[in-house]
Structures are given as C-alpha cells and as structure tokens.
Ligand binder design. Structure first.
Ligand code: SF4
Ligand code: SF4
Length: 460
C-alpha cells in the first residue's frame, strides 16, 4: 500500500507545541465506541490491583522477590518462556488485526490514545470548546487565563500521579503502597518510579499527544509493511466528494459542478493527528473514525447519504471486490493460533515445582561401620504453588536403597528449601561403581505435582 506522503511531510520539521492542534470535541457512533472502550479499559486498569484471590492480591508482579502472581498461578524467572510466548502471541495478533482492520489498536485501545482522550476531555471542560481554546491561547495573560491554565495543569498532574501510583500497584502490594502514601513511608525506589511514571504520563498525554504516535512509536513506522489493498482503513471517497466547495442546503450541487464535500473542514478539526484525510491515506492516521462521525453529521445536515468518509479498503474505493482472506492475513492468523496452542500446551505441562540436586563435594561416597555405602545429596526444592505442601522423596532404579531425609517435609508457598538427603545401599546390591538413578519428588496433597531428577550413585 502506498501512503500519500508529500515533500513537505518528508522535511524534518521543528517540534510543534501540542497547542498547534486544537481538537474539536466530536460526538457520534465511533466516538461513542471509543468512549465506552476507554472507560472499560480505565476501569480494568484501576480496579485490577484491588482484586483479591485466596486472601492475596490477585495480580502482583513482585520484581524484587522475582515472583509474579496471577490469580492461582505464580511464575518465576525460570518461566521466562511464558513471557516470550505471550510476546509472540501479542505480536502476531497485532499483525493480524493491523492487516485486517488497520490501526484500530492505535485509535481505540492504545494507552497513549486513551489517556490523551481523557486529558483533552479535561482541557475542554476547563478551557472550553476548540474556538475558545484558540482564543484563550492567543489572548494576553490575565487572571482568568492563569486560573484556567493552572487548574488544568493541576488536574492533569493529579491524574498523572494517580495513573503512576495505580501502575506501580501492579508491582508493589496495594495495601503497602497506599498506606505508605498516607504515612509518607515510600522507599526511595517506589518514590522514584511513581514520579518517573507520573512525569511520563503528564508529558505524553498532556503535552506530547500525537507527537508520540508520529515520532516515537515504532508501531506506526512498521505498520505500512502490514497494510495491503484489502486492509480496512479510514478513507475519503474523492470520486463522490470532489469538486468540494461550500454551498447552501437547498442548492443544487450537481448544477454547480460540486461533489458531496461541502468543505466544512470538520474532519480536519476533529482529527487528533492533525491531518486532512481528503489528501489521501496518510501514515499519521490512527484509524480512530472521528472524521467519519464529523462528516456523517455534515452529510445528515445536507441530506446527503452518509459515508463520504468511511472505513473501507483501497479495493473497495476502486470499485473492486475486497478479498479479506488473503494469504498474508491467513498466515498472521495461523501463526497467532499456533502460538496460542503452543503456549496452552506449555502451560498444561508446567509443573509448579522446581528441584536441583547438589552432590556432597567432600566425598563421592562413604562406607559406614556396617559396610553400607552412603551417598549424600542436597536437594534444593522450590514450591511454586500458592499453598504450603508436604513432599515424599523416593529413588528409582536403586532396589533396597534406604533414603534418609527430614521427617514431615513441608515446604511453604513460594519457598525454596534445601533438603539434605542420604541414600544408603549395600554395595553388593549394585553391579557397577556408578549407578544412574532418579529422585522422585512428589506432593502428598497434590500427587500430580511430581518431578523426576536424574543423578548418580557412587560406590568403591
Ligand atoms: S484522519 Fe480520521 S481516522 Fe485518521 S486520525 Fe484523523 S480523525 Fe482519526
Ligand atoms: S467533514 Fe466531510 S464534508 Fe466536511 S470537509 Fe470533511 S469531507 Fe468535506
């Protein structure tokens, strides 16, 4: 797919302040969808850290303890493959969605978009509509202007602080975090990260806005590789719209040689990326659909059919059939499903138990006063579940072996225990000087939590 990039866009422009785009507030079908999605996402983001499961915070990614709890499961750095799998599913899922329906991620669910929308909403409530904001910014400083600006920035800063604290509550227990906030008992690290994310939120959603999407976000750069002629994008139907031009409602546009675009400029005023979609498909467009709402509103006023700007494909615009299920889309979809299946398989095979065997470094074996050969091991056992568990330890391939280990072996939830184990056997029962065998470590309460670890037994 070719983007309509003119020479002016290729010139590196100096940084423009965010006030250079005054977004007009727009109501309409797509804006309503965006608002509902945004409220839902914000609610989930804020509420999740407060959800309790088994009397503990349901989601807690404890980086210091390297313990990542998600409801009934606790993951450890050894489960890193899970993270890699999730990234693969997310990446191919995103490629699939982008090939299919363009940058809807950017327009509807990206945190940058969600927070920018909330900050613009506050700005609109305090400083007024688009025209009032332009007037205010161009007016000399006065008490009223200072009050409005200070109020807006204070609210933005409070929102940023709240966002950052909520984000950190995924990493620090909420009870500890909020009690520490009230008693000024935050550690240096917690204070640093809350301030860091607060400043980042304030800067990104309050000041940088669309500049983050245009200049920093890598996704907006490589998305063009995923688009094709069948991808659903927001586009202007120039055949129908041109020649554009103002007219009165009752005018006969055809007689005047005009198309359906009345040149009201609303599609430009509402665009958060500050582009004119009538210039063709542009890489800055985040597929938010606000220009569709604005244009449909104008079409309704003039009694024209809606859809001068719409979600469509290049094929559709050219009057050709759209083939949604092309090879690229099917490949991305298949790879997403494959990685989901692989992740599900890994998950079903995962045993929430880890064990390492360390042999006694001082002596390979000992022979006791009865002529019995002894080998000593230290078993490092990590209980990765959320409950304390008792364990049995047995040995395979060592008939008549005696295993000496601490009685009533109980290991706490998320605790790694070092267990000294002595295996004793009459040397005459073994043919070779080195015998391979396995320790079987099995939970008493949940027998399916079982691990087999190979090691060796030495004799003289
Ligand atoms: S051109 Fe339309 S869809 Fe694209 S970013 Fe602007 S308002 Fe949103
Ligand atoms: S909103 Fe529609 S009618 Fe108005 S300028 Fe944009 S394309 Fe033309």
């Amino acid at each position: 797919m070719k983007f309509n990039i003119n020479e002016e866009q290729l010139i590196i422009k100096p940084y423009k302040s965010p006030t250079s785009i005054y977004v007009r507030e727009q109501k309409g079908f797509y804006q309503k969808i965006r608002r509902y999605i945004n409220w839902l996402l914000m609610f989930i983001f804020i509420a999740l850290p407060f959800v309790q499961f088994n009397d503990q915070q349901a989601i807690l990614l404890d980086v210091v303890k390297q313990e990542f709890r998600i409801f009934n499961f606790t993951f450890w750095p050894q489960d890193f493959i899970l993270l890699a799998g999730i990234f693969m599913v997310a990446a191919f899922g995103l490629f699939f969605i982008t090939t299919w329906i363009g940058r809807v991620w950017c327009g509807y669910v990206c945190p940058q978009t969600v927070w920018t929308l909330a900050y613009v909403w506050v700005e609109h409530r305090i400083e007024g509509s688009r025209n009032k904001r332009i007037k205010l910014d161009n007016s000399p400083w006065s008490a009223s202007k200072v009050t409005k600006k200070v109020t807006k920035h204070l609210i933005w800063q409070l929102m940023s602080l709240f966002t950052a604290t909520t984000f950190i509550s995924y990493f620090v227990p909420v009870s500890e975090l909020y009690s520490g906030m009230i008693t000024f008992g935050w550690s240096g690290a917690v204070t640093f990260w809350v301030l860091f994310f607060a400043i980042a939120t304030y800067g990104n959603a309050g000041w940088m806005r669309e500049h983050v999407c245009l200049h920093f976000c890598p996704y907006s750069r490589f998305q063009s590789a995923m688009f094709d002629k069948n991808t659903l994008l927001v586009a202007y139907d120039s055949k129908r719209g041109e020649n554009r031009g103002p007219r009165k409602r009752k005018d006969d546009a055809k007689a005047k040689g005009l198309g359906d675009c009345v040149d009201c400029n609303l599609c430009v005023d509402v665009c958060p990326a500050g582009i004119d979609i009538r210039n063709g498909i542009q890489y800055e467009c985040i597929n938010c659909g606000l220009c569709i709402d604005a244009c449909d509103q104008t079409m309704k006023k003039f009694n024209y059919p809606k859809g001068l700007i719409s979600y469509t494909s290049e094929q559709q615009l050219a009057g050709k059939p759209t083939n949604r299920f092309n090879i690229k889309l099917i490949s991305y979809g298949s790879l997403s499903i494959l990685f989901v299946v692989l992740l599900g398989f890994w998950f079903s095979q995962r045993i929430p138990l880890e064990a390492n065997i360390i042999r006694d470094r001082n002596a390979l074996y000992r022979v006791n006063y009865q002529g019995i050969v002894e080998n000593t091991y230290t078993l490092k056992i990590l209980n990765k579940t959320q409950q304390p568990l008792h364990f049995y330890i047995n040995a395979t391939n060592l008939a008549n072996a005696d295993i000496t280990l601490p009685k009533n072996l109980l290991i706490g939830a998320g605790v790694m225990e070092e267990v000294p184990v002595t295996v004793s056997i009459d040397g005459y029962d073994l043919k070779d000087k080195i015998t391979k065998f396995s320790f079987i470590i099995q939970s008493v309460e949940q027998p399916d939590i079982m691990l087999e670890k190979n090691t060796m037994f030495f004799k003289n």
